[in-house]
Every structure is written in structure tokens, then in C-alpha cells.
Design a protein around this ligand. Sequence first.
Ligand SMILES: O=P(O)(O)OC[C@H]1O[C@H](OP(=O)(O)OP(=O)(O)O)[C@H](O)[C@@H]1O
Ligand SMILES: Nc1ncnc2[nH]cnc12
Length: 194
Amino acid sequence: MTGPADPGAVRLTAPAAALPAPRRAALERAAALFRAVPDFPAPGVVFQDVTPVLADPAALRAVVEEMIAPYAGRFDAVAGLDARGFLLAGFAAALTDTGVLPLRKAGKLPVTAGHVAYELEYGSAALEASPELAVPGLRVLVLDDVLATGGTLAAAHELIAACGAEVAGSAVVLEVAGLDGRDRVPEALALFAA
Ligand SMILES: O=P(O)(O)OC[C@H]1O[C@H](OP(=O)(O)OP(=O)(O)O)[C@H](O)[C@@H]1O
Ligand SMILES: Nc1ncnc2[nH]cnc12
């Protein structure tokens, strides 16, 4: 059972709240699918696991379509952030006839065009991009599952700019409250909050 006292409770946030009833129902269903995992990957962290949402066909489609809707016609490629962002970006690219640009954790790509280090809730990391991102003026939509401290998304924005491309917009499935991620990327769309 969820409620205000449940630290893992997920709620649908605006602008999705203003949607037609069937779409809103699909998103409400998605909200109920998140799995909150206490003390993962470190004590005190309530990890918001989006995997059950990705495994549900109706929820997955509703979520991805809502993430890309505000940016329709305004991006040339979709960047997915390592690792769950890859899955969202692949679906979004297929829906919009665009390509995928994986922004990977450092050391995974054979050839890199940029490298940006950052901090997150439970450690530090770095993102790298392939040379396909280094196209001046390329308009890139950035997708990820979770916005927490905002370190990852801010690093992605920095990496895209450093490669000469442009951030067309950013969207995450869920924003974790209380970690000030919104302060770092105020323009990012978040469909849900916890
Ligand atoms: O807003 P932030 O504090 O930067 O946190 C958000 C990031 O943290 C999680 O990934 P994680 O780095 O754990 O990587 P993973 O996909 O390899 O699990 C999540 O998928 C986001 O990418
Ligand atoms: N609480 C959290 N849940 C999922 N991903 C995260 N990344 C950073 N904090 C997170």
C-alpha cells in the first residue's frame, strides 16, 4: 500500500496531469509499476527502479510518447544515458525516424569525441560520446529514466555542447524529490515524481 508516508510512492506530475483520460490512465498505471528499493545501491538510498515500467507494453509506449511529445519535429537524434536511457532512446528513435546516440559511462566506447565527469547520489562517474555526436548544430533530445541530483543530465548537456551539437530538450521518466536535481536542469521534463 502506498501513501504520503511511503518514501517510494510515485505520482504523476504536470504536464501529464492535463492529458486525455485514456493516456492519463496508462500513465497512472505506469506510476504504480515503479519499484522502490530501499538501501540500494548504498544505505539510505531509495532506488527508483523503472524496469517494471519498461517491461509493460502499454506503460512503455505511453511513457516514451509523452517524453517526446513536447519536442516533436525539433530534434535530429535521441541521446540515451547509460544504461536505462538507452532503452528509452531506442524506442523514441524508432517512433520518430531518428537515430540513437548512446552517452556511455567512461571506458566503454572504443572511440570517443568527449568526456565529462560528474557526481551522483551514490558516487561519481563520467560520460563519454561517440564521434557521431560531434556534428555542429545537430539537435539532440536527451532521455533518461531518473533525475536525482541532476549530475548525470547536466553532464550530458555539457558533453553535447562540448561536441558542438545542441540540446533540443531533455526528458526523464521520474524525478526524485529532495535532491535538487531540478535546480541543475530546470528545463527537463519529468513525467513522474517520488
Ligand atoms: O540525477 P543523478 O543523481 O545524476 O542520477 C540519475 C542517474 O542515476 C541512475 O543511473 P546510474 O548512474 O546509477 O547508472 P546505471 O544506469 O549504470 O545504473 C539513473 O539511471 C540516472 O542515469
Ligand atoms: N534514488 C535513485 N533511484 C534511481 N536512480 C538514481 N540515481 C540516483 N539516485 C537514484
